[in-house]
Design a protein around this ligand. Structure first.
Ligand code: MG
Length: 271
């Protein structure tokens, strides 16, 4: 969860040591476990509130701090985020608030969550189909996941993030879909949101101030893809971001560390 903001002055990227990346792997594994629990609840009739409770109790069992609850609203005076997960259904792109409405066959739900474990953060998201979904929606999920996977692979051979972002953007376009540009990925470490901003497209700010892909860089990479327009609205709850045309969108995210041996996904269950 991070909105694009105007370029920050004197960007401070904090590179992590192998030992610190090890701590982040522990946090990342717990986030992966959380999403795995959610997957088991992704059936018709279950609710996003139940998913939220499942993740909250897992984090509690491990003495991990949920990162999303009480996250301040970017709109002044509006409520902080009330839950441990973001649950964004169908046309919702990101930042949906869990609720007691039963999910139904044909829905998709994007679940995003993060925690801090022993001082270090992990952040990941998946979009899950509920029962059988329309073929174009299934393709949307696959394209979004493939965009994340190709970005991680490309980090191993590209020198800068703009090269990776260009490949992501190109791939999504080639599939007749659109990258949502209003939100971007981010650096992550002891804080959930660190420098730099990590767009899923080649932004002007990125062209001016590119990110060198060097060992110790840890990024939360999170493509958001829409079937129709890339433009979005924020609903009256001051959080839920939906596509302007209300067509479906998807969101996948991993926390990824650059090492001397190449990129490593930290938010996986197994090595
Ligand atoms: Mg994130």
């Amino acid at each position: 969860m991070r909105q694009t903001s105007s370029a920050s002055p004197a960007r401070q990227i904090k590179l992590k040591s192998p030992r610190e990346i090890g701590f982040m792997r522990d946090a990342g594994r717990l986030v992966a476990q959380a999403l795995d629990r959610v997957k088991q609840l992704a059936v018709p009739g279950s609710t996003t509130a139940e998913m939220d409770e499942a993740v909250e109790s897992l984090f509690r069992e491990h003495d991990a701090i949920p990162l999303f609850r009480n996250y301040p609203n970017s709109q002044r005076g509006k409520p902080a985020f009330p839950a441990v997960i973001c649950a964004s259904v169908n046309e919702a792109v990101v930042h949906g608030i869990p609720n007691r409405r039963p999910l139904k066959e044909g829905d998709v739900v994007s679940i995003d969550t993060g925690c801090r474990l022993n001082g270090w953060c992990g952040d990941a998201a998946v979009t899950l189909p509920i029962g059988e979904v329309e073929p174009d929606v299934l393709k949307l999920l696959q394209v979004t996941k493939d965009t994340l996977d190709l970005a991680v692979r490309a980090m191993g051979r590209c020198r800068t993030w703009s090269e990776v972002a260009g490949l992501m953007e190109q791939y999504v376009k080639s599939q007749g879909m659109a990258v949502v540009e209003k939100f971007v990925g981010h650096g992550i470490g002891q804080a959930m949101h660190e420098e730099p901003q990590v767009p899923n497209f080649v932004s002007k700010a990125l062209r001016k101030n590119d990110i060198r892909l060097e060992p110790g860089l840890v990024l939360a990479i999170e493509p958001m893809v829409a079937l129709g327009t890339k433009n979005v609205d924020v609903l009256g709850d001051h959080w839920t971001v939906v596509t302007k045309d209300r067509r479906f969108s998807a969101h996948f995210e991993h926390t990824v560390a650059m090492t001397i041996d190449g990129p490593i996904i930290l938010t996986l269950l197994e090595d």
